[in-house]
Every structure is written in structure tokens, then in C-alpha cells.
Design a protein around this ligand. Structure first.
Ligand code: ZN
Length: 243
């Protein structure tokens, strides 16, 4: 099976549309989403509805849980809190109901999925080999997919004892056979790994490969929408740098 994996869309509709066009060109069997459909960005209902219409599985992220009231907004500081409060005001009932039915962890076809990590599916960032290994051990599956850090990452613990891991720039291809592998597709709507393009991942469970993809999108359109919504300026500025 070929699966397109997306995460951390953050209500950036221009980025999501560009990623979905890239996905359509590959005709995968399924789309999976690792959470944070909303928060930070200006088009939360449209992004939620687009994912709801297409995703075979979708997790809840910390921002999704905050917007529907399952997490206290006091846990979100500065721009994140401001954007979550704004999102609560504008979210449609249909989008709210969809987010309300999601969980931060899941399992599909023997692949463990977490918005954040196995130890803490809502909050823990997997940004080191140690934390990646802890998540792989706790999950107990050969392949684990996580989001949350907004960085495209791959960490592979091979059967021969070797380890390779780190940022996975556009074009990175990972062999999933012969070890345990943790992958983060990167963020659709607010990349923080230095590449401002929207990120997604194409998995092929038959060929045992994963391919990291990036697509250009109209960043200025999203910046204009952020300003028109009255969301914090920093949320517009950071999109241009991918930081
Ligand atoms: Zn996020």
C-alpha cells in the first residue's frame, strides 16, 4: 500500500492545497494525518473539512485539543494561545465535531502513530535519538510515525547495530527494511526545519520505502489571510523563513 502522510497543517489552506495537489499526482491508496489541523493559521474550518473528506486516519494534536476545550489554554503561551482563542471563535460546528472525535495516538496496518511521542502523545517532542528510541521501544512496532516538532526527520536503528538519523530534507529516501524506523513527515503549514516549503511523506509498505517531499505554496496568500484575521504578525513572518 502507498500512503501519503501529513502533519501539522495549522490552518494554512494554501499550503494544504499545494500538498494535496502533490499527493493527487502520486495517487496513493490512503492519506493519513498526524494532527494539529488547526492553530496558528487563518483557515481552520476549511483545513479540517478538507482532511475530514480525505483522511483514512487522523490524529488529534495539542492545538486541536486546545481549540475544542480538551486542553487548558493556559498551557499555550503567546501567539499559540492567542491563535487558539481566535480559532475557537471562528471554527464551524462541523469542524469542531470532527476534531472532537480524534485521538492523539493510533495504530494502522501495524504502524504506530502519535501526534507527539509514545510516552506523551500530546506534548513530548521527538528531537533526539534517545527520545526516538524510547518511542520505538514503547510502541513495539518496526515503524513509528510522529508529528509535532514541525521538522522532517528520520531515525533508523538497524539490525546490525548502526544508527542513522537527523533532518530529512526534500528528496530523502529511507529504507524501512532491516531495522526499526521513526519518521516525522514535517509540517504542512508551519515548517520549522529551515525549509519554508510545505512538507509531506510518501510511504510504500510493499516496497518498504519512505520518500520525503516538499512543495512550494503561496506563502504571501497565507500571510495576507493571517493579517486579515487579526492574528499575531509573528505567525505571518515566520512562514517565510520556515523557522
Ligand atoms: Zn503543531
Amino acid at each position: 500500500m502507498r500512503i501519503a502522510v501529513v502533519s501539522d497543517i495549522h490552518a494554512n489552506l494554501a499550503a494544504l492545497e499545494a500538498v494535496l495537489a502533490g499527493i493527487d499526482a502520486e495517487s496513493p491508496d490512503e492519506l493519513w494525518c498526524l494532527g494539529d489541523l488547526v492553530g496558528y493559521g487563518p483557515r481552520p474550518s476549511e483545513c479540517t473539512e478538507a482532511v475530514a473528506a480525505r483522511a483514512a486516519i487522523c490524529l488529534a494534536g495539542n492545538h486541536d485539543l486546545a481549540v475544542i476545550g480538551k486542553l487548558d489554554l493556559l498551557e499555550f503561551s503567546g501567539e499559540a494561545g492567542d491563535a487558539a482563542r481566535w480559532t475557537r471563535e471562528v471554527l464551524t460546528n462541523a469542524a469542531r465535531e470532527y476534531l472532537d472525535g480524534l485521538e492523539p495516538a493510533g495504530m494502522r496496518d501495524g504502524i504506530a502513530l502519535f501526534h507527539a511521542s509514545a510516552r506523551d502523545p500530546v506534548w513530548e517532542y521527538v528531537l533526539s535519538d534517545d527520545v526516538a528510541e524510547a518511542t520505538l521501544e514503547l510502541a513495539g512496532t518496526p515503524l513509528v510515525l510522529v508529528g509535532h516538532s514541525h521538522a522532517a526527520l528520520q531515525v533508523a536503528f538497524r539490525d546490525d547495530g548502526s544508527l542513522d538519523g537527523g533532518l530529512a530534507p526534500a528528496g530523502t529516501e529511507v529504507d524501512l527494511a532491516g531495522g526499526r524506523v521513526l519518521l516525522n513527515p514535517g509540517s504542512v503549514g508551519q515548517p520549522r526545519d529551515g525549509d519554508p516549503r510545505a512538507a509531506w511523506l510518501l510511504l510504500d509498505t510493499d516496497a518498504q520505502t519512505a520518500s520525503f517531499r516538499r512543495v512550494d505554496y503561496d506563502i504571501e496568500r497565507t500571510q495576507t489571510e493571517i493579517r486579515a484575521a487579526g492574528l499575531p504578525e509573528l505567525l505571518a513572518i515566520r512562514l517565510a523563513g520556515g523557522l
